[in-house]
Write a protein that binds this ligand. Structure first.
Ligand code: ARG
Length: 488
C-alpha cells in the first residue's frame, strides 16, 4: 500500500480489498469505484432481455451437451436452474446486482449459486459478445412481430374511416393552397400506403435481424466442436451470421430497425400535423375525441390536440436515436467494443415510442369525427376545379397550353367578382374565355358538370385516382392484402 506511482496524489490504502467473487478478479489488482461500476453497468436496462438471455443460454447448453462438450447431468442442472431463475424474474423476486454489471452475468451468477459447477460450465465456447448480440436479435425479432401486428391494426382503422368517407369531398392541397378536390377517403389512403411501406420495411429488417451470431464467441469463433446450425434452428433463426468478427460487431440490424422506426414516426408525425390543422377551429374539418385532447390551465375554451402534438414531438426523439446509433458505430474498429453497450437504450426507447404511438393512433384515427360540411365549404373557395375546366377544353380539341391560359383568365374574372370559378354561369365563362381563340366556342352545357366537385372527383377513376369508385376499389384491394398479411 502507499502512493499510486501513476497518480501520486492518490493513495490506494483506503480502497477496499478485491471481492473474490468478481468474474474477472484474477486479472485485476484493484476494484473499480462505485462511479465506474455504475458507469460501465448495463443491468439497469438490459435486464429487459432476460427471457431472451435464458433462451439463448439453454439452446447453447443443449448444443454443448449434444456435442459431448457438457455432460447430461450438467445440462439437467442448468435447465433446472434456469427454470427457477425465469420464475424468480417473472415474480419480481430476482435480485439484480450492479456488481454483476449486466443481464448476462447476473443470470450466470445466480445459476452458479443455484446449481454449482454446471453453472460455471455454461459459458464454455461462448462470450458475452456473441451472447449479447444473440439476445438483442431475439428481443428485436419479437418486437418487430409486435410492431407488424400494430401496423396492421392501424391500417384496418384507416381503411374503416376511408371507406366511410369514400365519397366525402375535401380540398386537396399543394403548398397548403387549395389545389384540386379529393375525397377524404383518398387522402387517408395515402397514409395507408405509407403504413404499407412501413410494414414492408420492418418485415425486410426482420430478415437481417433473424441471423444467429452465437458461436462467434469473443470474436474468432470457438475451439470446441460446436454445432451452430442446430442452435439456430432451436432459436428460430433463419440463417447464421457467417463471419465471427462481423457477428459480434454488427449492429446494422439495429440501425435499420431505428431507421424503419424513424420513418414510421415521420409518417405519423405528418398525419398528426394534418389532424392538428384540420382540428383548428379556423379549419374545422375534423374533431378528435376528448380523450386525446387536454384543456388549458388558464383558457377555459381550449381543447388542445395534445396527442398528435406529442407524436410530432416524439418523432424528433426517435430520429435522434437513429443518429445516435449511426454515430455509435462509425468509428469502431473490429470487432466488439464496449461502445456497443450503448446500442440498447436507443433501441428500447425507439421500440417503446413506436409501440405506444401505434397503439394510440389506431384508436385515435378510428374515432375521429369528420365534418363534411366544412370540407365542402372550403372547396367552394380557391377555384379547385380550374384544372377540370382546362381538361374539358383539351378534350374538345384545344391545346393544353391554350386551355391553361384561357382558364387563368376565367379565374381572374371570377376573382374580380369575388366568386369561385365553379359559380360562374356558362355565359360568364364564355365571356371570360373570349380572349383565347377557339376557347369560348368549345364550351357547352356539359362544362358545368365537368367543373362541379362531383364531376372533378368522378373523372379520376383510374387506379390510384380519387374518384369514389377508385377509392372503394383501392380499399377492397387493401383489405385483401391485410387478410393475407395476417396469415403470413
Ligand atoms: N453488457 C455488454 C453489452 O451490452 C455485454 C457484452 C460485454 N462484453 C465485453 N467484452 N465487455 O455490450
Amino acid at each position: 500500500m502507499g502512493r499510486d506511482p501513476e497518480h501520486p496524489a492518490m493513495t490506494t490504502q483506503h480502497i477496499p480489498p478485491l471481492e473474490p467473487t468478481k468474474t474477472w478478479s484474477g486479472r485485476f489488482s484493484e476494484p473499480v469505484s462505485e462511479l465506474v461500476k455504475r458507469y460501465t453497468a448495463s443491468v439497469f436496462f438490459d435486464h429487459r432481455m432476460a427471457a431472451q438471455d435464458i433462451r439463448g443460454s439453454l439452446a447453447h447448453a443443449r448444443m454443448l451437451a449434444r456435442q459431448g462438450i457438457l455432460s447430461g447431468e450438467d445440462l439437467a442442472d442448468i435447465e433446472r436452474g434456469m427454470a427457477q431463475i425465469a420464475d424468480e424474474i417473472a415474480r419480481g423476486a430476482f435480485q439484480w446486482s450492479l456488481d454483476d454489471e449486466d443481464v448476462h452475468l447476473n443470470i450466470e451468477k445466480r445459476l452458479t449459486a443455484l446449481v454449482g459447477d454446471a453453472g460455471k460450465r455454461l459459458h464454455t465456447g461462448r462470450s458475452r459478445n456473441d451472447q449479447v448480440a444473440t439476445d438483442i436479435r431475439l428481443w428485436l425479432r419479437e418486437t418487430i412481430d409486435q410492431i407488424l401486428r400494430l401496423i396492421t391494426a392501424f391500417q384496418r382503422r384507416l381503411l374503416d374511416v376511408a371507406e366511410a368517407h369514400a365519397d366525402t369531398p375535401m380540398p386537396g392541397f399543394t403548398h397548403l393552397q387549395v389545389a384540386q378536390p379529393v375525397t377524404f377517403g383518398h387522402h387517408l389512403l395515402a397514409y395507408y400506403e405509407m403504413a404499407r411501406r412501413d410494414f414492408e420495411r420492418f418485415t425486410d429488417c426482420r430478415r437481417r435481424v433473424n441471423r444467429l451470431p452465437l458461436g462467434a464467441a469473443a470474436l474468432a469463433g470457438a475451439s470446441y466442436p460446436i454445432d451452430r446450425v442446430s442452435v439456430a434452428s432451436e432459436l428460430g433463426f433463419d440463417e447464421l451470421c457467417r463471419n465471427s468478427l462481423d457477428a459480434v460487431s454488427d449492429r446494422d440490424f439495429a440501425i435499420e430497425f431505428c431507421a424503419a422506426g424513424a420513418l414510421l414516426m415521420t409518417h405519423l408525425s405528418r398525419l398528426s400535423e394534418e389532424l392538428i390543422l384540420w382540428m383548428s377551429p379556423r379549419v374545422g374539418f375534423i374533431d378528435l375525441a376528448d380523450r386525446f385532447c387536454t384543456g388549458s390551465s388558464i383558457m377555459p375554451q381550449k381543447k388542445n390536440p395534445d396527442v398528435p402534438e406529442l407524436v410530432r414531438g416524439k418523432t424528433g426523439r426517435v430520429n435522434g436515436h437513429l443518429v445516435a446509433l449511426l454515430t455509435l458505430m462509425k468509428g469502431q474498429p473490429l470487432a466488439y467494443n464496449k461502445d456497443n453497450q450503448e446500442d440498447k437504450e436507443p433501441l428500447f426507447d425507439t421500440t417503446d415510442t413506436v409501440i405506444d404511438t401505434l397503439r394510440i393512433y389506431a384508436d385515435m384515427i378510428g374515432g375521429i369525427q369528420v365534418n363534411p360540411g366544412n370540407m365542402r365549404a372550403a372547396l367552394a373557395q380557391g377555384h379547385a376545379t380550374a384544372t377540370d375546366l382546362a381538361d374539358y377544353l383539351v378534350k374538345k380539341g384545344l391545346p393544353f397550353r391554350d386551355a391553361h391560359e384561357a382558364v387563368a383568365l376565367a379565374v381572374r374574372a371570377a376573382e374580380e367578382r369575388g366568386l369561385d370559378l365553379s359559380r360562374l354561369s356558362l355565359d360568364e365563362l364564355r365571356a371570360a374565355l373570349a380572349k383565347v381563340p377557339g376557347a369560348a366556342e368549345r364550351l357547352a352545357e356539359d362544362a358545368l358538370a365537368a367543373i362541379s366537385i362531383e364531376g372533378s372527383l368522378g373523372a379520376r377513376a383510374h387506379i390510384g385516382g380519387t374518384a369514389p369508385d377508385a377509392v372503394r376499389a383501392a380499399i377492397a384491394q387493401a383489405r385483401d392484402e391485410l387478410n393475407a398479411q395476417k396469415e403470413a
